[in-house]
Design a binder for this molecule. Structure first.
Ligand code: FES
Length: 147
């Protein structure tokens, strides 16, 4: 079986929504200290709806495919729906990622959450801080590799 699904390859080779939104409502940037990859998400929000989303990812193919898929999944959705997006859902939408690449999809979830948090902060919108606790990369790594 191929290591990467056709969907992963497609989103890696032809990533959707790459770029920058100059007047973004919220921007989120995250990095993975272990691999050094960085992901930045820009959101344009109007009336609680994500009208536009773009990303820049300096990272591996799985991180690029995850960002591309994640942006497609939240485009046109409400900010509440975007808050619920999990890295697992992104990986599933890509027809799976190899176990040792699951952490790449975590960047997408975190970058979107950080961009939403930026939007909430800028607009003095109250939110539940618990929802923004950083996912623990080490814990995830150990869970995947059984260490
Ligand atoms: Fe760093 Fe994939 S290896 S995000």
């Amino acid at each position: 079986m191929a290591l990467y699904s056709e969907k992963v390859m497609d989103h890696f080779m032809h990533p959707r929504n790459v770029g920058v939104i100059d007047d973004a409502s919220g921007v989120g940037e995250v990095g993975n200290a272990k691999c050094g990859d960085i992901m930045k998400i820009y959101l344009k929000i109007e009336n609680d709806i994500i009208e536009d989303v773009k990303f820049e990812t300096f990272g591996c193919g799985s991180a690029i495919a995850s960002s591309s898929m994640a942006t497609e999944m939240i485009m046109g959705k409400s900010i509440h729906e975007a808050m619920e997006l999990t890295n697992k859902a992104v990986a599933e939408a890509l027809d799976g990622l190899p176990a040792h690449k699951m952490h790449c999809s975590v960047l997408a979830e975190e970058a979107i959450k950080n961009a939403l948090k930026d939007y909430f902060d800028k607009n003095n919108i109250p939110y539940d801080a618990d929802k923004f606790q950083e996912l623990d990369h080490d814990e995830l790594h150990n869970a995947v590799h059984g260490e």
